[in-house]
Design a protein around this ligand. Structure first.
Ligand code: PEP
Length: 252
């Protein structure tokens, strides 16, 4: 049985004071929702405050990115061990990092191996662009991102990886994928690649999230699909009632 997983990616939103406010609105209810692994991912400056607020509340904390090196002359970067002091999770390979900051499958893989070493649970994002979708290249792109991003991870670590399928054309656009289309990619492309990489049992245990304009209104339809094990939520994770509804919808 895969425990459903819902993560909120706050992106470059929320100051420390605003993080305090949002968590004050979220935590009383979010803390009491059983049977769903739920995680919030504020920006770096707010992680310290957030870590104090979520401690003991049953809600995980994630960073939105990290570097793969342990320390050194990498101005502006944050090391895995630094993330690990505050967080249990880290988002890797988000399409905005790929599109605007030069993230590649190779750097995603380096970061994933660093997450393994640092004991962090990675949420690895993959997904095709609109042009690739329209050219019928979804399966090719997504399977290649999965293979290259996840290569070389240990058999023990593999089951802890969370994969997020986020079609780029659906992120922040209000145009979510249909649940059937997402199920087709999860069950027809990603899980079979995971099976090739790690074997059937491990492939069955890895959570595959859908991300891209998930809302309180459409979440339940996604979660009713057999291979959609939760969601990576952007915009709706900033609205307490919506995020709570999405987490509730993930309870099986
Ligand atoms: C995201 O940021 O990963 C995301 C899916 O955003 P949104 O839910 O706003 O589409």
């Amino acid at each position: 049985m895969r425990i459903p997983f819902v993560a909120g990616n706050w992106k470059m939103n929320k100051t420390i004071a605003e993080t305090r406010d949002l968590l004050s609105a979220l935590l009383p209810t979010l803390s009491g929702i059983d049977g769903v692994e739920r995680v919030v991912c504020p920006p770096y400056p707010a992680l310290m405050t957030a870590s104090e607020l979520v401690a003991g509340r049953g809600v995980g904390l994630g960073a939105q990115d990290m570097h793969w090196e342990e320390k050194g002359a990498f101005t502006g970067e944050v090391a895995p061990g630094m993330v690990g002091e505050l967080c249990g999770y880290v988002i890797l390979g988000h399409s905005e990092r790929r599109a605007y900051f030069g993230e590649t499958d190779e750097t995603v893989n380096k970061k994933l191996l660093a997450a393994q070493k640092a004991g962090l649970t990675p949420i690895v994002c993959i997904g095709e662009t609109l042009a690739q979708y329209e050219a019928g290249e979804t399966a090719k792109v997504v399977s290649s991102q999965t293979r290259l991003g996840l290569q070389g991870v240990s058999a023990e670590f593999a089951p802890t990886i969370v994969v997020a399928y986020e079609p780029v054309w659906a992120i922040g656009t209000g145009k979510a994928s249909s649940a059937e289309n997402a199920q087709g990619v999860h069950g027809g492309v990603i899980r079979p690649v995971l099976k090739e990489l790690f074997g059937a049992e491990t492939a069955q245990s890895i959570r595959i999230l859908y991300g891209g304009s998930v809302t309180a209104a459409n979440a339940a339809e996604f979660f009713s699909q057999p291979d959609i094990d939760g969601a990576l939520v952007g915009g709706a994770s900033l609205k307490p009632e919506d995020f709570i509804s999405i987490v509730r919808a993930a309870q099986k």
